[in-house]
Design a protein around this ligand. Structure first.
Ligand code: ZN
Length: 161
């Protein structure tokens, strides 16, 4: 079955930056499961996967504008430590933390740690990077009516509710 709108796709991926430095690898966990054509993953990845089928390997390089955007210069914010979700044991510069914002939880990178406040860079950790994805399609199936109504895939690696 080919990947097109309203198909549920499973894939494993490796992500590296331009220089080949590995950034992420899904192989240690579950495959990614998503509903195609509903903007559940980066549009550039959906475009690359369109028309592919189980067993295909797809390589795509996305410039920042097609991935997580360019870095914003004024994105450093001071936030109370108590506003962190899932506070890590050690707070130190470079750590990725989750902060509560008016738009919901988002990832930020710690820049400076104070006693009650921390400075975080709210750029997405992958913002400004050219991303090289290698994806292996492991399954393609038709979506259920419920999945289409919800706009996301159900099951391991997708939404479970
Ligand atoms: Zn659902």
């Amino acid at each position: 079955m080919q990947i097109e709108k309203d198909r549920v796709v499973s894939f494993h991926y490796r992500l590296a930056d331009e220089s080949g430095q590995p950034l992420e690898d899904s192989h240690s966990g579950d495959t990614v499961l998503y509903l195609h054509g509903h903007r559940n993953i980066i549009p550039g990845l959906e475009q690359a996967l369109e028309g592919k089928t189980t067993g295909d390997t797809v390589e795509v390089t996305l410039p920042p504008e097609r991935a997580y955007g360019l870095r914003r210069d004024n994105a450093v914010q001071r936030v109370p430590v108590k506003h962190l979700l899932q506070r890590p044991k050690q707070l130190r510069p470079g750590k990725v933390v989750q902060i509560n914002t008016s738009e919901g939880a988002r990832e930020a990178v710690v820049v400076k740690v104070g006693k009650f406040n921390i400075d975080v860079d709210t750029n997405h950790p992958l913002a400004g990077k050219t991303l090289c994805f290698t994806m292996e399609v492991t399954d393609v199936r038709a979506a259920s009516d419920e999945e289409i109504a919800h706009g996301h895939a159900h099951g391991v690696g997708g939404h479970q509710h």
